[in-house]
Design a protein around this ligand. Structure first.
Ligand SMILES: [Zn+2]
Length: 273
């Protein structure tokens, strides 16, 4: 699933490419991706609106449109959002295309879980999915004090806390595994059992792995491509995630994969305690 670094990569690229462009019209090929309003209203409402800003909140992309509207896109498991020429071939599983005055924005999603909303901005402020998100981990709002306290208050496994979008927005399976490895913590540890030193180490690790992910334009393990259709490169820099059986970069023992809270979890049993 694309996580904060992947969505941020797409946001940065789209900011450069499509801000200032107007949506000429749209084509919906799979109506269930449009969560709000109805597909018919969506087509009518989006026409003629100019894209003034591309933002992000957690794993959500937010497009400010003229007339006080907001387009919200969540790529879920396998979604791809690509800005391309109108003459590019249209791949299978394309569910939505926005025809812009120059080029088009294409949403393709093998698993069909991607979601799109088009809302008046005042309504979007109340959109439950956005309103309940925790702080952005790479902003000043996400302080060490806040994070250490949230860990201390939780009896859950530390990995579950990292994945909880209401505690911190944007972290998924890849970067949770990587942050826990960097902090030397076993993902199954109880959050309230971490020492202050361990919690602070994890705080720094979270920021570090997300920054690295952005620097490498995201992680392409299966489906993720950036907004120009290219793979990211952070998969070449992963320390444990998706590396079962390969040597731990620190101690050389094999990385193992375990199930934790229903999620495949990668760790080094020697380095993470
Ligand atoms: Zn190790």
């Amino acid at each position: 699933m694309p996580e904060l670094p992947e969505i941020e990569t797409i946001r940065r690229q789209l900011s450069e490419e499509i801000v200032g462009l107007t949506v000429i019209d749209a084509a919906i090929y799979l109506s269930k991706v449009i969560k709000e309003p109805s597909p018919g209203s969506f087509l009518r409402e989006i026409q003629g609106r100019r894209i003034s800003r591309v933002g992000r909140r957690g794993k959500y992309l937010l497009f400010d449109l003229s007339g006080g509207y907001l387009l919200v896109v969540h790529l879920r498991m396998t979604g791809q959002l690509v800005y391309e020429s109108e003459t590019a071939p249209q791949p299978r599983h394309t569910h939505l295309i926005l025809h812009l005055e120059r080029g088009r924005l294409r949403l393709t999603d093998l698993r069909q879980f991607g979601c799109v909303w088009l809302l008046p901005a005042e309504k979007s402020a109340r959109m439950a999915q956005l309103a309940k998100l925790g702080p952005e981990p790479l902003t000043a709002e996400f302080t060490e004090t806040y994070f250490v306290q949230r860990l201390k208050d939780s009896r859950r496994q530390v990995k579950q806390v990292l994945l909880d979008q209401e505690i911190v927005a944007g972290i998924g399976n890849i970067y949770a595994d990587e942050a826990l490895y960097l902090a030397g913590l076993h993902p199954g540890r109880r959050a309230d059992g971490l020492s202050a030193r361990e919690a602070k180490k994890l705080y720094r690790a979270v920021k570090e792995v997300l920054r690295e992910g952005i620097l490498h334009r995201g992680t392409s393990i299966q489906h993720y491509v950036d907004a120009v259709g290219r793979q990211g490169s952070h998969q070449d820099f992963l320390r444990v995630h998706y590396r079962a059986g390969q040597p731990c970069p620190r101690c050389g023992n094999p990385v193992v994969k375990v199930k934790l809270g229903g999620r495949g979890t990668y760790l080094c049993p020697a380095c993470q305690t």
